[in-house]
Ligand binder design. Structure first.
Ligand code: FPP
Length: 233
C-alpha cells in the first residue's frame, strides 16, 4: 500500500487496562507495549511513514505510583538492548522530544546512546516524546523567542517561524494522530503540531494494536478528505 503520510503520531494508551483484563499486573502491559513499539516502528517504516512520534512518558506521568514510574523508566533499557541492532539494520533514526533532565541516568544513557548511534540513518525518524508536555514546549518556545527579541531581534513572528522554536523543529506537522484504547483526548500532546491532523481513536489497547490495525488506520486516513479549512476543488 502506498500512502503520502509524512508524520504519524501515536498516544500509546491502554497498557494497564489490557494487562488487568488478563489478570496480570499493569507493568506486564507496559512490557508488552515496549514489544509493540518495535512491531509498529518496523511496520510504519515499511509503509513509508517518514516520522513516527510516540508518546512514551508525559510530564503528568510522574504523578503515578513510584513503582510504576520506576518500571516505566526501565523501558528504554529493555527496548534499546533488545532492538537497537534491528533499528540500525532498518536504517531507522531515533530522536526525542521532551526533557531528559529529570530522567534517571540509566534511561538517559540508553536514549543518548541510541540517538548518537542512529544519527546518520536516513530511513524513518522514530521520535520518542519522553517527559514531554506540549504546553511546556510552547511556553519554552515563547520564552526563547522573547529572549531573542529582547536581545535586539526584529519582532515579526510568523506561524511557520514559531514552529522552528518548538522541539519538533524541522519535522513536518502531524498528518495523522492515533490514540489507542478508546479514550478520546489529546492529553497535552503536540497541540501546535496537531492543528490540521486527522484524528483516529482506536478501540484496541496499545499492546494489541498490530500491523493490521495500523493499516486500517492508514486506510481510514486515505478515505478522509483533508481540506485545511478550504473548500473541495
Ligand atoms: C499508557 O498506558 C502508556 C504509558 C504511560 C507508557 C507507554 C510507553 C510504552 C508503551 C513504551 C515506551 C517505550 C520506550 C522505549 C520508552 P496506561 O498505563 O495509561 O494504560 P491504562 O490507561 O490502561 O492505565
Amino acid at each position: 500500500m502506498e500512502n503520502s503520510l509524512a508524520h504519524v503520531a501515536i498516544i500509546m494508551d491502554g497498557n494497564g487496562r489490557w494487562a488487568k483484563k488478563q489478570g496480570k499486573v499493569r507493568t506486564f502491559g507496559h512490557y508488552e507495549g515496549v514489544k509493540n513499539v518495535r512491531r509498529i516502528a518496523i511496520h510504519a517504516n515499511e509503509r513509508g511513514v517518514r516520522y513516527l512520534t510516540l508518546y512514551a512518558f508525559s510530564t503528568e506521568n510522574w504523578k503515578r505510583p513510584k513503582e510504576e514510574v520506576g518500571y516505566l523508566m526501565s523501558l528504554p533499557k529493555i527496548f534499546f538492548e533488545s532492538y537497537l541492532k534491528e533499528l540500525m539494520e532498518k536504517n531507522i533514526r531515533v530522536t526525542m522530544i521532551g526533557s531528559l533532565k529529570e530522567i534517571p541516568a540509566e534511561a538517559r544513557k540508553y536514549f543518548q546512546g541510541a540517538i548518537e548511534r542512529t544519527k546518520e540513518n536516513t530511513g524513518m525518524v522514530l521520535c520518542f516524546a519522553l517527559n514531554y508536555g506540549s504546553r511546556r514546549e510552547i511556553v519554552e518556545a515563547a520564552k526563547a523567542y522573547a529572549a531573542e527579541v529582547a536581545a535586539g531581534k526584529e519582532n515579526e513572528l510568523s506561524e511557520e517561524e514559531f514552529s522552528s522554536y518548538l522541539q519538533t523543529a524541522g519535522m513536518p506537522d502531524v498528518d495523522l494522530l492515533i490514540r489507542t484504547s478508546g479514550e478520546e483526548r489529546i492529553s497535552n500532546f503536540l497541540l501546535y503540531q496537531l492543528a490540521y491532523s486527522e484524528l483516529i481513536f482506536d478501540e484496541k489497547a496499545w499492546p494489541e494494536f498490530d500491523e493490521d490495525e495500523f493499516d486500517k488506520c492508514l486506510q481510514e486516513y486515505e478515505r478522509r478528505n483533508r481540506r485545511f479549512g478550504g473548500l473541495n476543488a
